[in-house]
Design a protein around this ligand. Structure first.
Ligand code: 2M8
Ligand code: MG
Ligand code: MG
Length: 278
């Protein structure tokens, strides 16, 4: 299988960003050579750091499906459509951030006090809003493809705002804390692109995708995966999916729920995890 996972509120705890509870299963999957592919709203700067912490060398998808990054160590030849990015190949599915900053600028007079753009927040404010450390917030601010905004208005105004963004050719996705303004990309399309690449490179293997997520911006990925897991959230209700089959809901939140669901889906024997606990 290929495991596609959201980070915040899924592999990482919504409040503390800890992945400790998921470590035994992460190690098990690594040993079994099952790719664990982060599919997140986060930036490439954040991802490069987090992947080191969780000892992950797999491809990853950033900014809600805006770009897919492939380590050259795993993908020797440049896949079609990719550009060279040091130790990585990059496949872009989105226009750059400045395009969306200009779009938001256009909407500012109409919605002036209703949203605050990421680019207007100081590092201190970001730390306060997210619970990230100052260094983590600095990496979160290094956006390449889109712009998160904090919404202050009511639901009705939010609807009107989303419509206005759509009319200007943009797209809005709801994350755990922010609205993400960007191109018409999503985690599902990026997942499918990467799954196809795996199938092309390993034609003898059959890849089943497992997707895990907790928020509205995970719905495209969850609906298109062969197996979907909605991770329970301590702060918001579960996103609604149209799919009926191969869908499970975790009981536990965040990384505990992630662990619970993958043990069930992949039938991981308890013994295999026990020996990993220190
Ligand atoms: C933002 O992403 C989360 C994802 O659900 C959100 O919208 O709440 C992004 O800015 C990301 O880069 C950042 O790490 C995260 C921190 O909570 O917030
Ligand atoms: Mg999430
Ligand atoms: Mg996310």
């Amino acid at each position: 299988p290929l495991v596609f996972t959201d980070l915040d509120g899924t592999l990482l705890d919504h409040f503390t960003y800890s992945f400790e509870a998921a470590q035994p299963v992460l190690d098990y999957l690594d040993e079994k050579q099952v790719p664990v592919i982060a599919n997140t709203s986060k930036t490439s700067a954040e991802l490069i750091h987090i992947r080191k912490e969780i000892n992950n060398t797999c491809p990853f998808i950033v900014e809600n499906g805006a770009a897919v990054y492939l380590p050259k160590k795993r993908f020797v030849d440049c896949p079609e459509g990719c550009v060279d990015d040091g130790a990585l190949w990059r496949y872009e599915m989105s226009r750059p951030r400045h395009h969306w900053l200009e779009l938001l600028q256009q909407l500012k007079p109409r919605f002036h006090s209703l949203f605050t753009s990421f680019s207007c927040l100081t590092n201190e404010q970001l730390v306060k809003l997210t619970g990230l450390t100052s260094e983590q917030a600095e990496r979160a601010a290094q956006r390449e493809f889109g712009e998160p905004v904090l919404w202050h208005g009511n639901r009705e105004d939010k609807h009107i705002f989303i419509q206005a963004v759509n009319e200007l050719g943009g797209n809005v996705l709801q994350g755990g804390r922010f609205l993400h303004i960007g191109d018409k990309v999503n985690k599902g399309a990026a997942m499918q692109w990467l799954k196809q690449l795996y199938s092309k490179l390993y034609p003898e293997s059959e890849f089943q995708s497992i997707a895990l997520g907790d928020s509205q911006n995970d719905v495209d990925m969850l609906e298109q995966a062969d197996h979907a897991v909605v991770i329970a959230s301590p702060t918001h209700t579960a996103p609604e999916l149209v799919r009926q089959s191969n869908l499970i809901h975790s009981k536990a939140y965040g990384p505990e729920g992630w662990t619970e669901a993958l043990i069930q889906l992949l039938e991981i024997p308890a013994q295999a995890l026990l020996k990993r606990e220190k």
